[in-house]
Design a protein around this ligand. Structure first.
Ligand code: AMP
Ligand code: GLY
Length: 422
């Protein structure tokens, strides 16, 4: 079969890497991809939000299945757009994707279905939001409702900072239309985990657990990023917690979606805070996490294609996902300055030394090849993902590979997966 993968980051490279191993797959296109992904798939220079061109491409090239990586096309309704043209697509529909596209909607669904989450209020008025702060203890969490590329969550130590954040979102509109509404919520203490499942709306196939590292510096310091590294499995997700997440979060959520007449076929990601009161939902994503997808694909033993087909055909209860026992660790290499301003076009050295690397894969997120040289072309540049007999060995292997690579200003965290070793 021919597959079209939409997106162009490390997540999509990992998906392509995995799909290429399927005996069912004869050809993979990626739109727009990046030059690193282009080494193993054919690139189509189409933006992820250009639904017309994407569908026309899929029709013209007789694509059998389209797999969507990022959130933007999901919230634009790419699923319906393709389905109306008779094109098979692995992507939840527009209404379902609102779980990610609107934090206010996600919170409404959580409340409606009595799913554990932080106490909150939703506001379109700055004065009312500020008043609600009086019902909470510091630190305060202020969120822009809509998509804000991972930047729409502001954690404020003092009430004055929280009021300023509310003004940023609702009055100064620093997040544009994403700030039509603000969610003001209680700060939750605990350790985070990413819990990603495939669901056909009825059945749930949990993928292996994982943990992201959101802050840019070691020891979880500095601003939030898209993710600086990830490992799988996350030992903190014990069998007991796993069971609670399914029973207390995913089952009531799917039941609640169904009651509203919203189907869900695709990947569903719950960002969790594991508190002393049990797992609570921080956010939902309607897609694979990035970088979490990288260790997950490296660990997935089963062919991904039949799992996707079972999701689309509503028979997820008939399939199982097999995993390599070996844990995997992904270290993200970024441009210095990210998530703030950063330079592009720095020459990347050392990738050739990892060409025949057997214990992992280097996934490209923000690279470009010019005159035979690899240059940086984004904030997150590479995801160096390794397997090992335990988490310590996988991390050591990933860092050994990282040491082969360098460019001017390259930054990465030195403590990825350390928490799992405690
Ligand atoms: P979100 O996009 O909602 O997952 O928020 C991004 C990050 O902000 C999360 O991964 C957490 O690290 C942090 N965060 C969000 N909401 C809360 C909360 N209620 N309490 C503590 N931290 C939070
Ligand atoms: N790594 C977090 C995310 O993909 O949203």
């Amino acid at each position: 079969m021919k597959i079209l993968v939409i997106g162009g980051g490390g997540r999509e490279h990992a998906l392509v890497w995995k799909l290429r191993q399927s005996p069912r797959v004869e050809k993979i296109f990626v739109a727009p991809g990046n030059h690193g992904i282009g080494e193993s798939a054919e690139l189509a220079p189409i933006a992820v939000d250009d639904l017309e061109k994407l569908a026309a491409f899929a029709e013209k090239n007789r694509v059998d299945l389209t797999v969507v990586g990022p959130e933007l096309p999901l919230t634009l309704g790419i699923a319906e757009f393709f389905q109306q043209r008779g094109l098979k697509i692995f992507a939840p529909g527009r209404e379902a994707a609102r779980l990610e596209g609107s934090k206010a909607f996600a919170k409404e669904m959580l409340r409606e279905n009595k799913i554990p989450t932080a106490a909150f209020g939703t506001f379109n008025d700055a004065a009312a939001s500020k008043k609600y702060l009086g019902e909470l203890q510091p630190p305060y969490v202020i969120k822009a409702d809509g998509l804000a590329a991972g930047k729409g969550v502001l954690i404020c130590a003092s009430r004055a900072d929280a009021e300023a954040a509310i003004d940023d979102v609702l009055t100064r509109r620093v997040f544009g239309a994403a700030g039509d509404k603000a969610v003001v919520e209680e700060f939750l203490e605990g350790e985070e985990a990413s819990f990603i499942v495939l669901t056909d709306g009825e059945h749930i196939l949990p993928l292996a657990s994982s943990q992201d590292h959101k802050r840019v510096f070691d020891n979880d310091e500095g601003p939030n990023t898209g993710g600086m590294g990830a490992y799988s499995p996350a030992p903190i997700v014990t069998p007991e917690i796993h069971g609670r997440v399914i029973e207390e979060i995913f089952k009531p959520l799917l039941a609640g979606l169904k009651r509203r007449g919203i189907g869900y076929r695709g990947t569903l990601y719950a960002g969790l805070m594991l508190t002393t009161d049990g797992p609570k939902v921080l956010e939902f994503n309607a897609r694979f996490g990035d970088p979490e997808c990288q260790p997950l694909m490296v660990r997935l033993k089963s062919d991904l294609v039949p799992l996707i087909e079972a999701t689309l055909e509503g028979r997820l209860h008939q399939v199982a996902a097999e995993w390599h026992d070996d844990p995997a660790v992904c270290v993200v290499l970024t441009a210095g300055g990210y998530p703030g301003d950063y330079a592009k076009g720095k020459e990347i050295h050392g990738l050739d030394r990892l060409k025949d690397w057997q214990s992992g894969a280097v996934f490209h997120a923000g690279t470009v090849k010019k005159d035979g040289r690899w240059l940086t072309n984004g904030g997150r540049v590479l995801g160096v993902t390794a397997r090992g007999r335990d988490i310590a060995a996988a991390a050591a292997e990933a860092y050994r590979a990282v040491e082969q690579i360098h460019w001017e200003g390259m930054h990465y965290r030195k403590d990825i997966a350390k928490r799992a070793l405690k």
